[in-house]
Design a protein around this ligand. Sequence first.
Ligand code: SF4
Ligand code: SF4
Length: 336
Amino acid sequence: MELIDQSATRQDSTPQQVSYTIEIDPAKCVNCSLCVAFCPVEVFTEATATPQVAHPELCWGCETCAGQCPQGAIKVTATGGADPFSNREKAAPLPAERHELFAEWATTLKDILRLRWEPVAISLIPAGDPLPDVPIPAERLRYCQSLMAARRGRRLMLPANRHACPDGTSILGLTAMPAKLASGELYILFHKLDSIEAAQRMVHERPHLKPRTIDATVVTPLADAAAEPQVVAVFAQPEQIMWLCMSASYYTGHRFDFHASGYNAQCVETTLIPYTTGEPNISFGCYGCRASSDIGDDLMFMGIPVDLMPTVVRGLTELGKKAIPQSRAKIYLPPM
Ligand code: SF4
Ligand code: SF4
């Protein structure tokens, strides 16, 4: 796995064609400088007693500054977001038989597991590849937010300038990583880890893709996939995830070593681990995705490499004949 490019500059990590205004209300500001410390890309300067917006062109629109400001003094507004792909070649639609297959997989998973949410097809579009016919939203979203929207039925293509989370965007290879994230400094400010050494270890042990090797993330309901997915994400309760684990090992008995940490859940744990290892992976979510989406506290996540899906669907179908209904009927429950 490639290590993060520690020499990334501010310009390297700035999404193209983003435009935001950042306003500080001087009547509310108490000059605590938390916005300066938390902004991952050094938009603010402390050259004066009151923080000033010195480099609005570097802003990602992540709203970390607004979220951390104890006074509610900061307002971040998107003022433009050009389509970076206006002249780009479009990909041919998926063949009908692939659509039918993905729809069949989705129906099997939903019916046997009784899933509430749509399984989601995830496609990372390599730089320069033709693009599927999926809308680019007007708003910017964190990657985890886009997955949560897709589980409800939305189809979303996010180039770098529609991604709102610097962490996920750089991990997924759309940009380089901002220096404050690569160094681990920001995780200490968030009180997520005990020391800079622990933060650096967490950063270095998580996988990431080489900067600018991916042009866009595409997420859609699996039944409505617009591009060949690399990973299928499932949002489910632990009992349902257990059956998926058993389905994946139904023919081999293989036990999985899951990579879960509570950091970077959707970008690393649900997406990149299955994408880079070819193994399914589970995630319990992370602070970021739980704070920025409507994920229920009872839900966890699984990313399944698409090549494993035929095995999972066949295994689940077998388990659905007897093992799942018997278990759900609590056939071994003793008399109370
Ligand atoms: S975080 Fe808020 S109160 Fe503190 S300096 Fe920045 S704008 Fe002012
Ligand atoms: S929205 Fe994010 S990138 Fe923009 S100024 Fe605030 S913290 Fe910095």
